[in-house]
Design a protein around this ligand. Structure first.
Ligand code: AGP
Length: 620
């Protein structure tokens, strides 16, 4: 996730742009940059690190250019700025946005992923284009330069037609002063309407200090912004009329994107978090590209055993990874809680790949387990969300999730991004070791590619129903979660979510274990949450639900759309979209996240900072 802001209007815009970025730092902050039109060309300053570094660089640039502040220009001030969360290319100044064509006349800032950037880069280089960065975004600047014949918006439209992926971008051109043009495909982009000035950004907080009048840009739309007007059109150039809206958020609500809490905002960011994590790694020849991970194909073909060490929610993501890797790649996977692994003197050696799954990259127990494994001769892979975290420095290789910064203490979007990363790993291993047919891999890759849209649909369709269920059960004193096979990790995570934000005791059990004791817990007052999505043993799970009902407990099931058997058996059923049964868990967690959220909210609790919890557990 990166942050974009653009300005065009009657005021010098450097501070407007940099201050706007400061409201977008939650989207990414490993480097940043700003480009503004000045007499005779462009002033562009980029810096590695957070925005304080960009400010230092701008001051130095001012001094170097011999002027104290942004120079006056004829006409409207025009500028774009960007804060980066690296996906393609290292964290370097050259890779920081804005990017340009060779002439420097075109400047662009992008958020998201251009999936076909490699092909486009080869095509452009064959035409003589020289690239100055390792990024996918730079191809956009060269494409716009290629198409520009005086009309920036048309050049953007033509470039948009050549791009595939999940992105939004804003462009400016020295020969089109006073104009910004942009395009949106999946990732957010929105316009702020001012007085003789207009803004365009990834999120409203970037410009809300200046205006609350906003104009949404939908998928597939091209936008032209001048100080006087905002024009929307579709990819074919057909004008689109849309009225601006007024946001009534206060400052705090703005930081939460209009949601009541960061947790809810981040649940709604899950489709983007998954898309950012997977889409450019699902190459269009229907394979999986993990070349950025740092483990060779030869090594991946030879692995004899995988050990996954993690804590809390990350442990639950690892459990799903175990099912996927063992099922698809047929590699034995051992899964352990890091705080247990580190003290049980495990047998580990050079034939092992040990995966440290940690969104923060700083969890003490997980780091210790990773170091123990490395000392034992294993190869260690960190799967983490934070660039430069300790886990990335302790590991031999790194697979980044790209969920953006997660503010809520309860992990949501980082969890689904971890699960997505585990699916990628399992598919890549299966592909390299030829454990699945080409056709089966194609089907699974297609299924994974559809998950962001399915996640969006899941959130939209289950939210009201789950809120109503939460309201009915907000005062219950205990919740039992039951699941089997691939549904069990979902239960474990759902139970953790509910207990950590609502403080209500919960337990999660393998449904097959009920008869071995836990069934004694049940009576008419017990709500039992059953994960009963498609799986090879759904029938067994349905029998377990019957057993639970026979004790009078209230059963609330999460099932797969079209699975009437679940609806017939459970007292209440929340249905999620149908996809491959092994991909279902990434969707099935959504109702349980929302259940935890709403139960806690009905009890007036602070879901973003639950008592006794820290976002990162850097101590044992
Ligand atoms: C998740 O909701 C919890 N906040 C917690 O269990 C967390 O998952 C655990 O501390 C591991 O954190 P990590 O992924 O940063 O290592």
């Amino acid at each position: 996730m990166c942050g974009i802001i653009g300005y065009v209007g009657h005021r010098p815009c450097e501070e407007i742009l940099v201050a706007g970025l400061e409201h977008l730092e939650y989207r990414g902050y490993d480097s940043a940059g700003v480009a503004m039109l000045i007499p005779g060309g462009v002033e562009k300053v980029r810096a590695i690190g957070n925005l304080a570094k960009l400010r230092e660089a701008l001051e130095a640039e001012r001094g170097a250019l011999g002027f104290e502040e942004q120079p006056d220009i004829d006409g409207d001030y025009t500028g774009i700025a960007h804060t980066r969360w690296a996906t393609h290319g290292r964290v370097t100044e050259a890779n920081a946005h804005p990017h340009s064509d060779e002439s420097g006349e075109v400047q662009i800032a992008m958020n998201g992923i251009v999936e076909n950037h490699t092909d486009l880069r080869h095509e452009l280089e064959a035409e003589g284009c020289r690239f100055s960065s390792e990024t996918d975004a730079e191809v956009i600047a060269h494409l716009i330069s290629r198409h520009f014949d005086g009309d920036l918006t048309e050049a953007v439209r033509l470039a948009y037609g050549e791009l595939r992926g999940h992105y939004s971008f804003v462009a400016m051109h020295t020969k089109a002063p006073g104009i910004l043009a942009g395009a949106r495909k999946e990732t957010p982009l929105i316009v702020g309407i001012g007085e003789d000035e207009n803004y365009i950004a990834s999120a409203i907080p970037a410009f809300m200090a200046h205006t609350r009048s906003v104009l949404t840009i939908d998928n597939g739309e091209i936008v032209e912004v001048t100080a006087e007007a905002v024009k929307l059109s579709d990819a074919e150039g057909k004008p689109i009329e849309r009225a601006p809206e007024t946001v009534t958020w206060d400052e705090e609500a703005a930081e939460k994107g209009g949601y009541d809490t960061f947790m809810l905002k981040e649940i709604h960011e899950q489709p983007e978090a998954i898309a950012e994590t997977i889409l450019d790694r699902l190459s269009h020849d229907d394979g999986v590209d993990l070349s950025d991970m740092g483990l060779s194909d030869d090594y991946l073909r030879k692995i004899k055993r995988i050990v996954i060490v993690a804590c809390g929610t990350s442990y639950h993501a690892g459990l799903i990874g175990r099912y996927a890797i063992e099922r698809w790649a047929r590699i034995p996977v051992e899964m352990d809680i890091a705080s247990e692994y580190r003290y049980r003197n495990p047998v580990v050696g050079p034939d092992d790949l040990v995966i440290g799954l940690t969104q923060s990259g700083e969890t003490a127990d997980t780091l210790a387990a990773m170091r123990l494994a490395r000392d034992g001769g294993a190869t260690v892979l960190a799967v983490t969300n934070i660039m430069g975290s300790q886990a990335t420095r302790d590991a031999d290789a790194v697979l980044y999730t790209r969920a953006g910064l997660e503010i809520g203490v309860a992990a949501t979007k980082t969890y689904v991004a971890q699960v997505a990363a585990m699916y990628l790993m399992a598919l890549r291993l299966a592909e390299l070791r030829e454990k699945l047919s080409v056709e089966r891999i194609r089907v699974l890759v297609a299924g994974l590619r559809d998950i962001p849209e399915m996640m969006e649909r899941t959130i939209d369709t289950v939210s009201d129903e789950v809120e109503a269920i939460a309201k009915r059960h907000a005062n219950d004193s205990f919740f039992l979660f039951l699941g089997r096979h691939i549904g069990l990790p979902v239960c474990l995570e759902g139970a953790l979510k509910l207990k950590e934000v609502s403080y209500i005791p919960t337990d999660a059990y393998a449904a097959g274990e009920m008869k071995h004791g836990p069934i004694a817990l049940l009576d008419e007052s017990t709500p039992v949450i059953c994960v009963a999505t498609d799986s090879p043993i759904l029938d067994k799970m349905l029998s377990n639900i019957e057993e639970v009902k026979a004790r009078g407990a209230m059963t609330i099931a999460v099932g797969t759309e079209g699975s009437d058997r679940v609806t017939r058996v459970a007292d209440e059923t929340i249905l999620i979209p149908k996809t491959d049964w092994l991909l279902q868990p990434i969707l099935a967690i959504v109702p349980l996240q929302l259940l935890a959220y709403h139960v806690a909210r009905f009890n007036g609790l602070n879901v973003d900072q639950p008592r006794n919890l820290a976002k990162t557990v850097t101590v044992e």
